[in-house]
Design a protein around this ligand. Structure first.
Ligand code: UDP
Ligand code: MG
Length: 320
């Protein structure tokens, strides 16, 4: 495919072999129906299964499909970054591979953006009935916390299914952050935005690639990227501990002045434990932010692109 497509659809994929046939069967007619030129950027996030080779096979039938392979599993947001940075379209949609986000909504997003001249259109999950209660509750907590941190402008229940214009991608590409949490960063940029509501469907095949460990990591990245409040929490904890120890000192002096000897081992033991714990927490928090500074200074890429089918086809077509 030559020239700049009007639309790029970026799909991060990690071990999504099982869902790929269903994805293509639904995505392709939805995109063909739009009547715009498009490319589909499948980013294989270092899958251990046959995801990459299957995409490669599918490319024979569907030339709009492009495959970018990361050398190793770098995480959902890193895969998104690779796809966004490499996409060429005037509009860029990011969507999950598992059909939890309906491809048919891409048309609604594009129409809304064009009609109202918007730079960002969020896909907002109106109904999450198909998600597990655990996922719904943790997601609810996450969005409430993030609205407190980032501000009330943050659309609630807007994940990574969204459409952005080329101007937004250009701004994102210039940001020095290694791997931003896009669902927070994009709203904070202040571009004109709208939203399209959709029903979150059940994963079409395969299992979630977001175990609890990755969910906690995303929640911490989201917090630490947008606020230094936890560091301040450390100060408050320290102050509270200091006040408590002042009270304890006065108490100790009064007891001593009265000449009563207290056995006191238990209280001493507990106090030492408590203060040691508070200090360790504070040190840990400092460490988290220092680690972020260090990583930013190192400026190492968060992912390595092994290959991009667009590069090879460009090279191939360059040969006379
Ligand atoms: N994903 C990825 N790298 C990872 C984990 C997930 O590229 O390390 C992709 C995954 O293939 C999917 C999207 O991110 O397209 C969302 O993951 P998933 O649907 O498993 O998350 P859930 O919907 O369960 O939160
Ligand atoms: Mg999913």
């Amino acid at each position: 495919m030559s020239g700049v497509p009007e639309l790029s659809v970026v799909i991060p994929m990690y071990n999504e072999e099982a869902v790929l046939p269903a994805l293509v069967a639904r995505l392709r007619p939805a995109l063909d129906a739009l009547g715009v030129s498009y490319e589909v950027v499948a980013v294989d996030d270092g899958s251990a299964d046959g995801t990459a080779s299957l995409v490669d096979d599918l490319r024979i039938e569907w030339p709009h499909l492009r495959l970018i392979r990361l050398r190793r599993n770098s995480g959902h947001q890193a895969a998104l970054t690779a796809g966004l940075h490499r996409s060429r379209g005037g509009w860029v949609v990011s969507i999950d591979a598992d059909l939890q986000d309906p491809p048919e909504s891409i048309g609604d997003m594009l129409r809304l953006a064009r009609e109202k001249n918007l730079d960002v259109v969020y896909g907002v999950r109106g109904d999450r009935a198909t998600d597990t209660p655990f996922k719904r509750n943790t997601a609810g907590l996450y969005y409430r916390l993030m609205r407190r941190i980032v501000g009330p402008d943050l659309p609630s229940q807007a994940g990574d299914f969204r459409l952005v214009s080329r101007s937004v991608v250009d701004v994102l590409r210039r940001m020095p952050e290694r791997v931003p949490v896009y669902r927070l960063l994009i709203p904070s940029l202040g571009f004109s935005s709208g939203s399209v509501s959709y029903t979150r469907e059940r994963r079409a095949a395969g299992e979630t690639k977001y175990p609890l460990r990755k969910m906690v990591a995303l929640a911490w990245d989201s917090t630490a990227d947008f606020t230094a409040a936890p560091l301040r929490l450390a100060t408050w904890l320290g102050m509270a501990a200091f006040t408590a120890s002042l009270v304890a000192m006065v108490f100790g002096l009064v007891v001593w002045a009265n000449g009563t000897v207290i056995p006191g081992w238990t209280s001493l033991f507990l106090a030492v434990l408590l203060f040691a714990a508070v200090q360790l927490i504070c040190l840990g928090l400092l460490g988290e932010y220092v680690a972020r500074i260090y990583r930013t200074l190192q400026n190492r890429p968060a992912f390595h692109i092994g290959s991009d089918s667009a590069d090879t086809s460009a090279a191939a077509s360059a040969v006379p």
